[in-house]
Design a protein around this ligand. Sequence first.
Ligand code: PLP
Length: 388
Amino acid sequence: MKEGGEMIEFSKSYDEFSGRYQEAAKYGENLLPLSIAESNAVCPKFVQDIIIETLNKKPLEYARPSNNLYEIISQKNKYKNVKLGKQNIAFDLSALSLLVHAIKVFTDREDGIIVFTPVYFRFFELIKMNNRILYECQLKETENKGYVIDFDELEKIMSKSEVKLLLICNPHNPVGQIWDFPTLKKISLLAESYGLQIVSDEIHSDLAFLSSKFTSFMKLSDTAIIIDSPTKSFNTQALKIGYAISKDATRITLIENEVNKSGTGNPSLLAMQAMKSVYGSEGELWLKDYKKIIRFNIEYLENTIKKMMPDFSMYYPEASFLVWVDTKSQEKLIKFLKNLEMDNGVLVSNGCKFLDPKGTHFRINCGVDSMLFMKSCGIMVKAYNQVD
Ligand SMILES: Cc1ncc(COP(=O)(O)O)c(C=O)c1O
């Protein structure tokens, strides 16, 4: 049995080109990087095998998605009962590049785009960098229902004539909330009545802890663009690939035109080979194992917070490996992060980066091996105790 689970192996070293390592090195020596949404899980063995076989036996030539790959996506559980063909799926090198294409297709310069905040920072960075206007609809934190959408506020923003697009993150990064069916239905009806385009980034959905809770926006809308990729769930970010799906083939053609205009071309042969293999039965087993490890780490963090850092609290996510921790005080957060970033410390993300309305949160990545994670929790307790 491999460390942490049956199928998952973790790396103890960093590559010279590792983004996580380079990010942590900016802050200090030997920091454990738990800020970027990536794991130290090694590429699944069955993916390695297919890559090695390809490298050994085939030329690394230009590649195109095969009919088989389109079919594999359309057969995924989350799209069951939706009839999808080749004309409904567009590929590119990443989820975010597809997001930018969608922004360009469905909005003009100075148009407004709504996001629910706090949110993955690349969303609003890309909106602003592409000269669109960011409209924040702040999520409301409740006692027992987690984070909810403020529909009065949402409708107020939607009614502005310059607002053209709503960008959803489901499951939501950083809070880990899965938007349930009634919530999505309400969003869908509102968007339809104000003529807004929906783009739903569902890249964390294969990591839903209760897969039955997740509903793809695809099921609710004939026009929404869904963005997805296997790279987050299987920690294969280096194999750049992403895809956009919609029931509306015309919209997908418009996205494909943007992909063509950008000149990037199709994802690589290796990325498509990897995607084909992770979307099979071995991938399902791998995910099951990975979720077990993630949940162990999240529970460990929850216990550590309860017992050793009682001034803090956290929201137990419904999906994925990102946990949103509330320090309850802006001053405490700054002091805590400063202590945590000392040499041999841990790097987490300040919630401000995600437009945290309270300014008291940080986001921590629980998707790494449990030994490393437990060590990090010990370092966090030390940093907490040093906050005066
Ligand atoms: C919600 C969300 N979308 C997109 C991405 C990035 O995906 P890609 O690397 O395929 O652009 C991330 C990465 O953390 C993410 O959390």
